[in-house]
Design a protein around this ligand. Structure first.
Ligand code: MG
Length: 226
C-alpha cells in the first residue's frame, strides 16, 4: 500500500529563523564586547537583517565598528553566532503537524552549517520525530545545499518505497521546490500571512514554484486527503 512520506525544511518552515538570528546576534555581540571591546554590534546586526542583509551582514556590522578588523576577528564573530545555544520554539501549527502526523514517516532536509543546524534541532527537541534527518552540508560541503538533488535521493533511499507519495514542505521558492518538482514529489510552500520570512525577498527559481501554498500546516491533512 502506498504510504505518505512528509519531508520538512527546518528554518522558517518549522520555527521562526529570526528567533535563531536574534539570539545568535546577542551571543555574537557579547563575544565582540568581551574579545574586541566593541559594544552595540547585536543591534547593528539586527538592523541589517531587517534591511534585507543575510550572510554578509557580519562583515558589514564589524567593519562599521572596526574598519581595520582582521579575517580572524570576523571568523570569531561568526563562530560565536553559529555555536551559541539558542532558545527556539516551533510555530504552533508546526507543533500541531508534527503531533498530528506522528505515525507517518517524517523526514527533515536542512541547509546550513552542520553543527549549527544540529543545535537548532536539539534546541527544538524534535530529532526523535524524524526517521531521517539530512544535514545537506554533512553530505560533503555546502555545495550539497538545496537545490542539489543528493539530499532528496538520500531520503528516497531511506524512506521511500515504490508507489509512495513523497511530499516536501518548505518556505523558500528560490531553492526548496526545484528538486521535489523534478522528482515527482508533491511540493508545498508554507507562507504564514502574519509572519515575515527571512527569505521573504527570495525570487522563484525556474522550476521552483511550489505546487501548493498553505497559510498554515494545519491545512496539510485536507490538502493531502488525509
Ligand atoms: Mg527554510
Amino acid at each position: 500500500m502506498s504510504e505518505l512520506i512528509l519531508v520538512f525544511d527546518l528554518d522558517d518552515t518549522l520555527y521562526p529563523e529570526r528567533q535563531f538570528a536574534l539570539s545568535g546576534f546577542a551571543a555574537a555581540g557579547r563575544w565582540a564586547e568581551a574579545e574586541l571591546g566593541v559594544a552595540g554590534l547585536a543591534e547593528d546586526m539586527a538592523r541589517l537583517l531587517d534591511e534585507g542583509y543575510l550572510g554578509e551582514l557580519f562583515g558589514i556590522a564589524l567593519a562599521g565598528k572596526l574598519p581595520h578588523h582582521t579575517p580572524e576577528q570576523l571568523t570569531g564573530l561568526i563562530g560565536a553566532y553559529r555555536d551559541h545555544d539558542p532558545e527556539l520554539s516551533l510555530f504552533d501549527d508546526a507543533a500541531w503537524a508534527l503531533h498530528h502526523f506522528a505515525n507517518a514517516k517524517l523526514g527533515l532536509i536542512t541547509d546550513g552549517t552542520h553543527r549549527m543546524q544540529e543545535r537548532k534541532v536539539t534546541a527544538l527537541g524534535i530529532a526523535a520525530r524524524f526517521r531521517e534527518i539530512v544535514y545537506t552540508h554533512a553530505l560533503g560541503g555546502r555545495q550539497y545545499s538545496k537545490p542539489h538533488p543528493r539530499s532528496f535521493e538520500v531520503v528516497e533511499a531511506a524512506l521511500g518505497g515504490r508507489g509512495d507519495r513523497l511530499v516536501y514542505i518548505g518556505d523558500n521558492p528560490a531553492k526548496d521546490f526545484i528538486v521535489p518538482n523534478e522528482r515527482g514529489w508533491i511540493s508545498i510552500m508554507v507562507e504564514r500571512p502574519e509572519f515575515r520570512r527571512i527569505h521573504a525577498r527570495a525570487k522563484v527559481a525556474p522550476g521552483g514554484a511550489p505546487q501548493h501554498t498553505v497559510a498554515s500546516l494545519t491545512e496539510l491533512p485536507a490538502l493531502l486527503g488525509l
